[in-house]
Ligand binder design. Structure first.
Ligand code: C2E
Ligand code: CA
Ligand code: CA
Length: 648
């Protein structure tokens, strides 16, 4: 019994906890109820018309007038709501009101029509029966999306109809009553089924909408960090840039790349790497306000869109804050993990004019930061733009260049300080471009690396260096610079190995120079390449030492034979106590690790004196000689011999 009551209650109430269904019901009713009132009122007026001459005035004029007024008011109300947006609560109230009104309206219209029955002849009586039977069907169809109202109306009108007409004892009306009874039952069944279908359909639509919303969210989210992903970053950038353009405000894009993430991944495994990325995301989120949007673009690359207009200085300060926070250790395993982050920032509209440009310029600024001052922020500037243009030209010329003809090598002596004797020459590339003139290797090597051409350059250059070195006195060594890509690919290393094998120059007299940054980019592959060069008998020098981020364990893993201390530590070593201390400890480190130590970039006699003081054994620099063509080496060595002979 209780169950039945509950079922009836559920059937007769509006679903409060299903806003989707309420909305669907509301919009169906807003469409259909004006139509219902139109049918009801026209039929009512027609019935009043057929009874006008025979029934009392209050029944054919006043009652229909009141009913028409009510119907018109409700119609206007429903039509007006179509144009307004209603809150779910307002819609629910409207549905409840309709539910409540339905039985009263049904009673009023039924009572009125039955009150007309005694007047007139058989035709007018038949009109009353027809009016009730058919109008109620029209009304129920119009209200079918609000089951309680439809059911209440059916119950009131049809019960009254059946009871009233069955009791008239006029056989035609009794038959009509039976007819209406059957139709009512059928309508009740159909109404219930139809309403269930409608509810299911609306719920299904809501479910599908929710799913597609979830899908959209997932497609725009980075699953590891929970941040926006690359896709969302670019679509957000488009939107925010369009807004900045419209409002004529400044917008900045920052690209962050972690330094030292790969070694963490290699050393501790991917799960620690993943947790590190998550923590980086969290730490960055903590630094940002609502005007800055953070995304993970992939790997160890993050991106920022800063919509709050900031000056260059403010951006730099903000960038330094980001970099400083990334230098704080991360606690993931038993020891704290230390990484850093490089950040490149570009601004719209002063530097970049479009979304693509602002991203590319930020990427370029990031590249500059990584190359020159890793772990710091770099703001894209007008000078960068000029550089970028020049690089564009250089890249074009490089792609067109005849690599055998336009490139050659020059040689810079490496001197043994004790004996003042040249013991080796470092080969340095030179490019004489017919379009651009002389281009420095610091300019074209990075471009060749970026466009993947550097291996094609290394082979002819090494060939030329080996050819020149073949005529050197016995024991004289050759140093040759390799780029990251030469060691980072199996094929490239193989080509170098084959070339050295083919050359008559003794591989044991070759030192291959690699840089720290190159080595740690792909440590396992670099180790593999080094192993092959070492098997040939070549030495391996770590170039530009001190400028990168390699740890002692990484250096150890490389099986090196020499370290080259970067020029930046040597400049003013005689006057700068900090440089002096660094070089001193680097020389001590080499002694401990049994590596030969060459100090680069010695320019003054004072620097040389300071180095000698520190026990430095080998050096290279303009003080001894600038890089010279192969043809001048013979004369240089002779000159050196003469000078020694004179000294003796
Ligand atoms: P690096 O390997 O550190 O070479 C030393 C650079 O310092 C050379 O510049 C050399 O001319 C310069 N240098 C030598 N002594 C002094 C000095 O006392 N003072 C100053 N200010 N500079 C000095 P260069 O020839 O312009 O080469 C620049 C860089 O380009 C090289 O730096 C090296 O990283 C790269 N490079 C040069 N040749 C090759 C090559 O054949 N292959 C590859 N992969 N890279 C090369
Ligand atoms: Ca070098
Ligand atoms: Ca160097």
């Amino acid at each position: 019994m209780k169950k039945t009551l509950l079922a009836v209650r559920a059937l007769m109430s509006v679903p409060k906890d299903n806003p989707g269904l309420v909305k669907a019901q509301y919009s169906a009713l807003a469409r259909q109820l004006p139509m219902m009132y139109f049918i009801l009122l026209v039929n009512t007026l027609l019935l009043a018309g057929t009874h006008f001459a025979v029934a009392p005035r209050w029944l054919v004029v006043y009652c229909p007038a009141v009913m028409t007024l009510f119907g018109v008011i409700r119609t206007v109300e429903w039509i007006r709501t179509r144009k307004q947006t209603r809150s779910p609560a307002q819609m629910l109230t409207a549905l409840k009101r309709t539910n409540m009104l339905a039985p009263f309206v049904a009673v009023a219209f039924t009572a009125w029509s039955l009150a007309l029955f005694p007047y007139g002849d058989g035709y007018t009586q038949a009109h009353v029966a027809f009016y009730m039977a058919i109008t109620v069907i029209g009304c129920i169809f119009c209200m079918m999306h609000l089951l309680p109202a439809a059911l209440a109306t059916t119950a009131v009108v049809n019960t009254a109809f059946v009871v009233f007409f069955a009791s008239t004892t006029i056989i035609t009306f009794v038959a009509t009553a039976i007819d209406v009874l059957l139709v009512s039952i059928a309508m009740l069944v159909i109404l219930k089924v139809q309403y269930a279908d409608f509810t299911r359909l609306v719920n299904m639509q809501a479910h599908t909408a929710k799913l597609s919303e979830e899908n959209l969210h997932l497609a725009n989210q980075d699953s590891l960090t929970g941040l926006a992903n690359r896709r969302q970053f670019f679509s957000r950038l488009d939107t925010l840039l369009a807004r900045a353009r419209e409002q004529e405000t400044r917008l900045a894009v920052g690209l962050i790349d972690l330094d030292g993430f790969k070694p963490v991944n290699d050393l501790y495994g991917h799960s620690v790497g993943d947790r590190l990325l998550y923590q980086v995301g969290q730490r960055l989120t903590g630094l940002l306000d609502d005007d800055t949007h953070l995304a993970r673009l992939g790997g160890d690359e993050f991106a920022l869109i800063i919509t709050q207009p900031m000056s260059d200085d403010q951006l730099r300060t903000f960038g330094e804050k980001v970099c400083a926070s990334m230098r704080e250790p991360f606690l993931l395993v038993d020891i704290p993990i230390q990484i850093s982050a490089s950040l490149g920032i570009a601004t719209f509209p002063d530097q970049a004019a479009s979304a693509t440009e602002v991203y590319e310029y930020a990427d370029y600024a990031l590249y500059q930061s990584k190359r020159h001052r890793p772990g710091t922020v770099c703001l894209f500037s007008a000078a960068h733009r000029q550089q970028l243009n020049r690089e564009g030209l250089t890249e074009q010329a490089l792609r067109r260049a005849d690599l055998n003809d336009e490139f050659h090598v020059v040689f810079q002596p490496i001197v043994e300080l004790g004996s003042e004797r040249t013991i080796a020459f470092e080969a340095l590339a030179r490019w004489q471009s017919p379009e651009l003139g002389n281009v420095s290797p610091s300019e074209f090597i990075p471009i060749a690396e970026r466009v993947g051409m550097v291996n094609r350059l290394t082979v002819p250059l090494l060939g030329k260096a080996l050819e020149a070195a073949a005529s050197w006195p016995a024991g004289m060594r050759l140093s040759f610079n390799l780029s990251a890509h030469d060691c980072g690919s199996e094929d490239a290393a193989q080509q170098i190995v084959e070339l050295i094998k083919r050359s008559p120059f003794d591989p044991a007299r070759i030192d291959l120079e690699i840089t720290e940054t190159a080595a740690i980019q792909d440590l396992p592959q670099t180790q593999q390449a080094i192993r092959r060069f070492r098997e040939l008998g070549c030495g391996i020098s770590l170039d530009d030492f001190g400028t990168g981020y390699s740890s002692l364990s990484q250096i150890h893993a490389l099986s090196l034979t020499k370290l080259k201390v970067d020029r930046t530590f040597v400049t003013h070593i005689d006057a700068d106590p900090a440089s002096f201390k660094i070089v001193k400890s680097l020389i001590a480190l080499c002694q401990d690790m049994q590596l030969e130590c060459i100090v680069e970039g010695v320019e003054t006699a004072a620097e040389l004196a300071a180095l000698k003081n520190l026990g430095c054994a080998w050096a290279q620099g303009y003080l001894f000689a600038k890089p010279m063509p192969a043809s001048e080496i013979g004369a240089w060595l002779e000159g050196e011999q003469l000078a020694r002979a004179k000294a003796v």
